[in-house]
Design a protein around this ligand. Structure first.
Ligand code: ARG
Ligand code: GLU
Length: 719
C-alpha cells in the first residue's frame, strides 16, 4: 500500500516540469516551452529566439573557443564573454613588462585590438532532426561498433548534402543517448581579436576562494571582436580583415532586474547526465570525485604557495591553477549536493517504480527486464578499474614533466622506424624545438618537483596495487618511501625539466639519440604509465563505455515510455540550448537566507589588501566613494554586481547571454551556486541557481573604470 502511494506521488511529481529545470532545443521551443515561457512572463516568441526564415537571437550567439559561449552586442561584431573564458588569450599577451592579466587591457582603437591565433567562434546556422536518415539500416541486433559505423556512414551523406556549395561545416550528433539525431550546420570565424579585459582584481575578484559561491562579486567579463574578410566571410587572420557585420546583435538593457523576473540563458552547455541509473551517480559522487579532489588538493597546495611568493610563478601558473581548482571545487560541491539531495536514493526509488512498471507487462519485461541488473553488474565490475584510471590521470599523468616527456614519444618511435627518412626525423626534432620556449614560458621546475613528490606519495601509498604499473612498485621500494629523493633524482637527471637541456639535445639530434630519451627517467615513467593504461585499462574502459552506451540508450527510451506525459530535454552536449527560469534567492542551509543580488558594497566589505583575491581596484574604490555610477546604478542607488536565477546551466554556459522577457541582454552567465552544482546529475529547484554578471556592472567597468567609452557607444542601450 505504502509503495503504491509512493509510486503515485513520484509519478505525479515527475510529470511536473520544475520551473527552471531543463536545457531545451531551440527548434522545439515553440512546441514544448513557449506556452510556459510566456506564462512565466516572456513577451517575445519562440520564433524570435530561433528561426531559419529570418534573423533571430540565435544569430547573435557563438560557441566561443570550444568551451564557452559569447554574444554579439554591436553591428561591428563586438563580442562579450567571461573573463575566465578569455583568460588563456589574455595571459598569452601578458608578460612581466605588460601584464594585461593583472592590469587589464583596453584597445583604444580597432588597430590596437590583438589577434589570437587558434581562437575561433562558431555560429549555429541551423539544426534539423535527422533521426530517420541517421538510423537508416541500423538494426537492433547490431553491436555498438557496427551501429556506430552505419551511423557514421549515414551521417557523412547527410553532412555532405547539408554543406554543399557553402563554407559551412556540419555534423550529426546523438541526442537522448542515441535515440534521436540532429544535423547541426555551423559557420566558424577564425580572426577573433581581444578588445578589452578588466584587471584581474575585477575580472577575477574573489578568485578561487569565491569561485562557485554565492554571494559573488566577480566582474567576470572580457571583450573580443569578430573580424571577417571584405565580403563579411570567415577568413584567417589578416591585417586587411574588417569587423564582422552580424545578422543579429543583442540590445543591452539598462533597466535592471527584479526578483521574480523571467530570464533565459542562450548558450552552449557542455555535458549533463540527468538520466543515469543510481549506480552511476554513486560512482561519480562517491568514487570518481573523491579521488580527484584529494590529488588536486595536493597540486593546488604547492602551486598556491609558490604563487604567493613569486610574481612570475603567479603569471605562469594562474591559468593552470584556475583550471585545476575549478573542477576540484565543482566536484566537492557536486558530491555534497548529491548527498544532501539523497540523489542516489531518489534514483533507487525511481528504479523501483520503473521495475514495477516493467514487470507489469510481458513485452516490457522482455525488452527492459534485465536492464537495471546489467547496469549494477557492470558498475560493480568497473569501479576498481575506473578508480585505478582516475588515480593515474589525476596523479602521475598530471605531472607536467611526465606529460612533456611523453610528447617526445613520436620522435622516439619515428627514430627507430626504417621507413621514416632522416629528414622526416629531423623535421620532427625541429618542430619540437620550436615548441620549447612556449612550454617553458609557463613552467617552474620547483613547483613541478614538489608536485611530483606529493602525487607520487599519494599514488604509491593509496592506489590499488593490483592495477599499478610495475615501475611504481619498483621505484617505491628502491626509494624506500623517500618521495623527495625520488623527485630530486628524476628532475636532476631528466633532460625534460630544463629548456637549455632540451634545446641542446634537439639541436644536435640524430635518430640514434632516441636511446637517450629511452633512458630518461621522466620518459621512462611516462612511457611505462601510458603503456600500462593502453594495455590494461583502455580496453576495459572502452568495453565499459560500449556496454553502458547501449544500456543507456535503452534505459533512456524506456524512461520516456514509462513517463509518456513528461517533457524530456536531452542531456547537454555542447549544442545550442535555452534554459529559462526566474530571478530568485535561496536558502543554502538551515537558518540562512540568500538575497538574489550582490552590490559594490560587498566588494568593499570583502576588501583585503593582504590577500591577492581581495585586492580592490583603486579606481573602483574611488568611484564607489563618489557614487559616480552614471546610468549604470540601480534605482535603489547602489551598484548591482551580480544576480542569481533558477536557470539550469552547466560548464560551457560561461559567457552565455542572460536575457529578459523582451530578449534584451541583462547579464552574462558565469557560474553556479555551490549548493546546486549537482544539477549536472540531478536538478533541485530549491538549491540550483546560475550566477549572472549584471550587464550594468560590466558597462560601468568598461565606461567608468576603464574609460573605454567607445565600446559602450557601439552598443544599442535600452532604457
Ligand atoms: N566556476 C566557473 C566555471 O566553471 C568559473 C571558473 C573560473 N574561475 C576560477 N576562479 N577558476 O567555469
Ligand atoms: N563557469 C562555468 C563555465 O565555464 C559555468 C558554470 C557552470 O558550470 O554552470 O562554463
Amino acid at each position: 500500500m505504502k509503495k503504491t502511494i509512493f509510486f503515485l506521488t513520484f509519478f505525479l511529481l515527475s510529470l511536473i516540469v520544475h520551473a527552471g529545470e531543463g536545457m531545451w532545443l531551440p527548434i522545439l521551443l515553440q512546441q514544448l516551452n513557449e506556452k510556459e515561457m510566456r506564462a512565466m512572463g516572456m513577451r517575445i516568441t519562440a520564433d524570435d529566439i530561433y528561426s531559419i526564415n529570418h534573423s533571430s537571437l540565435k544569430d547573435a550567439i557563438v560557441l566561443f573557443g570550444g568551451g564557452c559561449t559569447g554574444e554579439i552586442v554591436s553591428g561591428q561584431g563586438l563580442l562579450l564573454t567571461n573573463h575566465h573564458c578569455g583568460y588563456g588569450n589574455i595571459q598569452r599577451h601578458s608578460s612581466l613588462e605588460h601584464d594585461y592579466l593583472t592590469d587589464g587591457f583596453w584597445a583604444q582603437s580597432f588597430a590596437e585590438e590583438l589577434p589570437n591565433p587558434g581562437l575561433s567562434v562558431t555560429f549555429l546556422v541551423r539544426m534539423q532532426d535527422v533521426t530517420t536518415s541517421a538510423l537508416n539500416n541500423v538494426t537492433p541486433r547490431m553491436n555498438e561498433s557496427q551501429r556506430d559505423s552505419v551511423i557514421a556512414a549515414n551521417s557523412k551523406i547527410i553532412v555532405n548534402e547539408a554543406v554543399k556549395g557553402t563554407h559551412y561545416k556540419a555534423s550529426v550528433r546523438p541526442f537522448f543517448a542515441g535515440n534521436q539525431y540532429y544535423l547541426l550546420v555551423t559557420e566558424t570565424f577564425n580572426d577573433i581579436r581581444l578588445v578589452g579585459a578588466p584587471p584581474s582584481n575585477i575580472g577575477k575578484f574573489g578568485g578561487d576562494t569565491d569561485n562557485w559561491m554565492w554571494p559573488r562579486h566577480t566582474g567576470d567579463f572580457s571583450v573580443f571582436r569578430i573580424y571577417a574578410d571584405k565580403n563579411n566571410n570567415p577568413a584567417d587572420y589578416s591585417k586587411d580583415n574588417v569587423p564582422y557585420t552580424p545578422k543579429k546583435y543583442l540590445n543591452v538593457s539598462l533597466k535592471g532586474v527584479s526578483e521574480g523576473d523571467f530570464t533565459f540563458v542562450y548558450g552552449f552547455p557542455g555535458t549533463t547526465q540527468e538520466y543515469l541509473p543510481a549506480a552511476a551517480v554513486d560512482m561519480v559522487a562517491n568514487h570518481k570525485n573523491p579521488i580527484a579532489i584529494g590529488l588536486r588538493q595536493q597540486r593546488l597546495d604547492v602551486i598556491n604557495q609558490a604563487m604567493e611568493q613569486d610574481r612570475l610563478v603567479r603569471i605562469q601558473y594562474s591559468a593552470k591553477a584556475a583550471g585545476i581548482a575549478n573542477f576540484w571545487k565543482k566536484m566537492i560541491g557536486e558530491s555534497r549536493g548529491i548527498k544532501r539531495l539523497d540523489a542516489v536514493d531518489k534514483k533507487l526509488a525511481f528504479e523501483n517504480d520503473f521495475s514495477q512498471w516493467v514487470a507489469a507487462d510481458p513485452y516490457r519485461e522482455a525488452a527492459y527486464g534485465k536492464l537495471l541488473a546489467e547496469y549494477n553488474h557492470i558498475y560493480t565490475d568497473f569501479i576498481p578499474k575506473n578508480n585505478a584510471y582516475n588515480y593515474l590521470t589525476e596523479g602521475p599523468l598530471s605531472i607536467e614533466l611526465i606529460r612533456y616527456a611523453y610528447s617526445f614519444n613520436k620522435l622516439v618511435q619515428q627514430s627507430s622506424q626504417q621507413n621514416v627518412t632522416d629528414s622526416a626525423v629531423n623535421a620532427l626534432a625541429k618542430q619540437l624545438h620550436a615548441g620549447v620556449d612556449g612550454y617553458f614560458k609557463n613552467y617552474d621546475i620547483n613547483v613541478d618537483r614538489k608536485i611530483f613528490a606529493a602525487l607520487m606519495n599519494t599514488y604509491c601509498e593509496k592506489a590499488d596495487a593490483e592495477y599499478m604499473p610495475a615501475i611504481y612498485k619498483e621505484l617505491k621500494a628502491s626509494y624506500n618511501g623517500d618521495y623527495e629523493k625520488w623527485a630530486d633524482d628524476v628532475f636532476d637527471r631528466s633532460i625534460f625539466a630544463s629548456a637549455e637541456k632540451v634545446k641542446a639535445f634537439l639541436e644536435k639530434y640524430s635518430r640514434k639519440d632516441a636511446k637517450k630519451i629511452l633512458k630518461d627517467p621522466a620518459f621512462q615513467l611516462a612511457a611505462a604509465t601510458y603503456a600500462y593504461v593502453q594495455l590494461n585499462l583502455s580496453k576495459e574502459l572502452g568495453r565499459f563505455y560500449d556496454v553502458t552506451d547501449s544500456l543507456q540508450r535503452i534505459y533512456m527510451k524506456a524512461q520516456m515510455e514509462f513517463l509518456p506525459k513528461k517533457q524530456f530535454y536531452p542531456d547537454a552536449n555542447s549544442t545550442l540550448r535555452v534554459a529559462y527560469g526566474k530571478v530568485k534567492g535561496y536558502e543554502p542551509a538551515d537558518a540562512v537566507e540568500y538575497n538574489w543580488f550582490s552590490t559594490l558594497d560587498g566588494i568593499i566589505q570583502k576588501e583585503n589588501p593582504e590577500i591577492y583575491d581581495y585586492v580592490v581596484d583603486p579606481r573602483l574604490k574611488e568611484l564607489y566613494r563618489t557614487k559616480d555610477y552614471g546610468p549604470y546604478g540601480d534605482r535603489d542607488s547602489s551598484m548591482h554586481v551580480t544576480f542569481i536565477a533558477t536557470n539550469h546551466t552547466t560548464g560551457g554556459n560561461s559567457g552565455s547571454p542572460v536575457l529578459d522577457a523582451d530578449g534584451n541582454l541583462i547579464g552574462i552567465n558565469f557560474d553556479r551556486c555551490w549548493e546546486g552544482t549537482m544539477s549536472d546529475l540531478m536538478y533541485d529547484p530549491d538549491q540550483c541557481r546560475n550566477i549572472t554578471l549584471d550587464i550594468r556592472y560590466c558597462l560601468f567597468v568598461i565606461d567608468k573604470v576603464a574609460g573605454a567609452k567607445r565600446l559602450v557607444e557601439e552598443m544599442n542601450l535600452i532604457n
